[in-house]
Design a protein around this ligand. Structure first.
Ligand SMILES: Nc1ncnc2c1ncn2[C@@H]1O[C@H](COP(=O)(O)OP(=O)(O)OP(=O)(O)O)[C@@H](O)[C@H]1O
Ligand SMILES: [Mg+2]
Length: 258
């Protein structure tokens, strides 16, 4: 059985069909990228998978169990966790504090005030710090642990967003444009980081416009255009698919890395 199954998923916004009857499977341990021109419906598809949006039709299954329609925090607790296109960290906290807080939030969303004052919170603190510290180390952020987030360069901030998501202990991590705005060196580091995450057994779903990175990192690619899946396969197969080349011809800001 596939880890995650996207089945006949459709999302309409009024008259606009943002996602149109899309189906694909995600296998455990793979890096699967979803690509397509601007406005193709990639972020909407992510929001449907993580249950931030309700599908108009179709469903999402995690190990055969329907998760579409559940609240996003329930879906996150089941292991399907997304990062955001924009970075969302606490700027005045250090990198380490941000990841520790994410551990706390995961456990006690809703009752934070009561929780932080409790003996349980103090007991958790030490183990959260150790775990947060370990996450930052293997994401290559160990040396900036004690820097305030607001002092971190863009590439590190994006990576910190991923570290925060890792605190939720995802089984499937959905990354929406993690390489956006990075310089080549930051991108290289980020590509290694995503591989490292997969090597820890976490399945990665990636939406990304940076084609050289996508081609390097993906096991498989799903291509969508105007909400519809037009291709699926290995990077090599997708890159040479006439329908894919056609879909990208109109898009000025990206290439397939030919
Ligand atoms: N909440 C919403 N209400 C109405 N229309 C929306 C909403 N969210 C997205 N859309 C529309 O749905 C279509 C798909 O948007 P989406 O953000 O999923 O595209 P995308 O593939 O992620 O694009 P990009 O590569 O630019 O991030 C677009 O036409 C967008 O304007
Ligand atoms: Mg998007």
């Amino acid at each position: 059985m596939s880890l995650l199954r996207v089945q006949d998923l459709t999302k309409r916004f009024g008259g606009l069909v943002a996602v149109n009857d899309v189906s694909f499977d995600v296998e455990a341990g793979e890096i699967l990228s979803i690509i397509g021109p601007n406005g193709a419906g990639k972020s909407t598809l992510f929001k449907l998978i993580a249950s931030f949006l309700k599908p108009t039709a179709g469903r999402v299954l995690l190990e055969g169990e329907e998760i579409s329609g559940l609240k996003p925090h329930i879906v996150a607790r089941k292991g399907v966790v997304r990062t955001f296109q924009e970075t969302t960290v606490f700027k005045e906290m250090t990198a380490l504090e941000n990841v520790v807080v994410a551990h706390h939030l995961r456990l006690k969303a809703g009752l934070l005030g009561v929780y932080f004052a409790s003996p349980r919170a103090r007991a958790d603190e030490a183990s959260f710090r150790a775990s947060a510290s370990e996450i930052l180390d293997y994401l290559g952020l160990g040396h900036v642990k004690h820097e305030r987030a607001r002092n971190l360069p863009h590439g590190y901030l994006r990576a910190l967003g991923i570290a925060v998501a890792m605190a939720a202990e995802p089984r499937v991590l959905l990354l929406d444009e993690p390489f956006a705005g990075m310089n080549p060196e930051e991108k290289d580091r980020a590509v290694r980081m995503v591989r490292g995450i997969r090597d820890r057994g976490i399945t990665v779903l990636l939406v990304e416009h940076d084609m050289p990175s996508v081609m390097r990192i993906s096991d498989r690619i799903v291509v969508i255009s105007f909400g519809t899946k037009i291709a699926e396969g290995t990077p090599e197969a997708v890159r040479n698919d006439p329908a894919v080349i056609e879909a990208y011809l109109g898009a000025e800001d990206e290439t397939l890395g030919h």
